[in-house]
Design a protein around this ligand. Structure first.
Ligand code: 13P
Ligand code: SF4
Length: 299
C-alpha cells in the first residue's frame, strides 16, 4: 500500500502542481512541500510559479493571496476552515468606516487580512518587509494600519512615527510573556532571544531580535552562535533544526497556532485528488486587492 506522501508525489505530477507550506506547518507537511517559507517568500513563490495548480499549506489568507496573484490558476487549500483569527478581526466595512473618519490617510494592511480588507488598502506588508515598505511613506503622512496592533506599533516605533492602529492581535503570539522570556534566558544563558513582531510590546522589548519567520531562519543560518531561544509558533523548530544540524533551538513557550496544524498529509492528498477545496475570490475584490499586493511586491 502506498503512503500518503507517495500518493501526493504522483498526484502532484499528474496535476502539474506545486506545494507551498508555511514555516508553522506540521513537520511531515513541510517535508513534502516544494517550498517552505514565510508569508512574503510564499507570496513571491506564488507570483512566479509556472505550475497549473498551487496547493497552499497554510491559513486561508495566504491561499487567498496566492489566488489573487494567479487569476488563471487553481489554488487548493487542504482544509478551508484553517483561518487566521487575527485576519478576521476587521471587516471591509469596519475599515471603510475608519477610512471615512480619516479622509486623506493612507490605508495599510498586514498581509494577515482578508481579500476584502486588502481591496480597501493602498499597500500591504508582511512581517518580513513591513519596515522597508513603511519607510517609503513620508514621516508626516497619516496612516491607518490594520489589523495587527503589535506589528503596527513595532514598525511605528522603529521609524519614529505613529499610526492609527486597529486593536487586532494574534491569539497565539499574545500568549507569550516577558516572564517566559526571562525564564528561557536564565535556562540558556548567552542564547539570543528571537521573537515575532506579532508579540506584545513587553515581549518584544525583552527580546534581542524581532523577526519574521523567514528572518529567524536567516538569522540562525548566518549567526556564529550555537543556541537560540525562539519566541514564535513551534512549527518553525522543525525547519530551524533541519537547516542547522549543529545548532540548538529552545522554544520560549509552547506556542501553537491550531489553524496551521489543521493541514495533514491526508488532506493534502485528498485536495489534489479531488481538486477541491479551491479558493475563489470575487473578481472585483481580487482586482482591487491585487493592487495592494503588487504595490508591496514591487518594493
Ligand atoms: P511570517 O510572515 O513571519 O511567516 O508570519 C506569518 C504569521 O502568520 C505569523 O503568525
Ligand atoms: Fe494568524 Fe497567529 Fe496563526 Fe499567524 S500564528 S496564522 S497570525 S493566528
Amino acid at each position: 500500500m502506498k503512503t500518503a506522501a507517495e500518493e501526493i508525489a504522483e498526484l502532484k505530477q499528474a496535476r502539474n502542481a506545486v506545494i507551498l507550506a508555511h514555516n508553522y506547518e506540521r513537520p511531515e507537511v513541510q517535508d513534502i512541500a516544494d517550498f517552505t517559507g514565510d508569508s512574503l517568500e510564499l507570496a513571491r513563490k506564488a507570483a512566479s510559479t509556472e505550475a497549473d495548480t498551487i496547493v497552499f499549506c497554510g491559513v486561508y489568507f495566504m491561499a487567498e493571496t496566492a489566488a489573487i496573484l494567479n487569476p488563471g490558476k487553481t489554488v487548493l487549500i487542504p482544509d478551508e476552515t484553517a483561518g487566521c483569527p487575527m485576519a478576521d478581526m476587521i471587516t471591509g466595512e469596519q475599515l471603510r468606516a475608519l477610512k471615512a473618519k480619516h479622509p486623506g490617510a493612507a490605508a495599510v494592511c498586514y498581509v494577515n487580512s482578508t481579500a476584502e480588507v486588502k481591496a480597501e488598502c493602498d499597500i500591504c506588508v508582511t512581517s518580513g518587509n513591513a519596515e522597508r515598505v513603511m519607510a517609503t511613506f513620508p514621516k508626516d503622512r497619516e496612516i491607518i494600519f490594520v489589523p495587527d496592533q503589535h506589528l503596527g506599533s513595532h514598525i511605528a516605533s522603529r521609524l519614529g512615527v505613529s499610526y492609527i492602529l486597529w486593536p487586532g492581535y494574534c491569539p497565539t503570539h499574545a500568549q507569550l510573556t516577558a516572564k517566559q522570556i526571562e525564564a528561557a534566558r536564565a535556562a540558556h544563558p548567552g542564547a539570543p532571544v528571537l521573537v515575532h513582531p506579532e508579540c506584545r510590546r513587553e515581549v518584544r522589548d525583552a527580546a534581542d531580535e524581532r523577526l519574521s519567520t523567514g528572518g529567524m531562519c536567516a538569522f540562525a543560518r548566518t549567526s556564529p552562535l550555537n543556541e537560540f531561544i525562539v519566541g514564535t509558533e513551534t512549527g518553525i523548530l522543525h525547519r530551524l533544526r533541519q537547516e542547522n544540524p549543529g545548532k540548538t533551538f529552545w522554544p520560549a513557550a509552547d506556542l501553537v497556532c491550531p489553524n496551521m496544524k489543521k493541514t495533514t498529509l491526508e488532506k493534502v492528498r485528498d485536495c489534489l485528488r479531488d481538486m477541491s477545496p479551491a479558493v475563489a475570490v470575487p473578481k472585483e475584490t481580487a482586482v482591487r486587492a491585487k493592487r495592494a499586493i503588487d504595490a508591496m511586491l514591487a518594493i
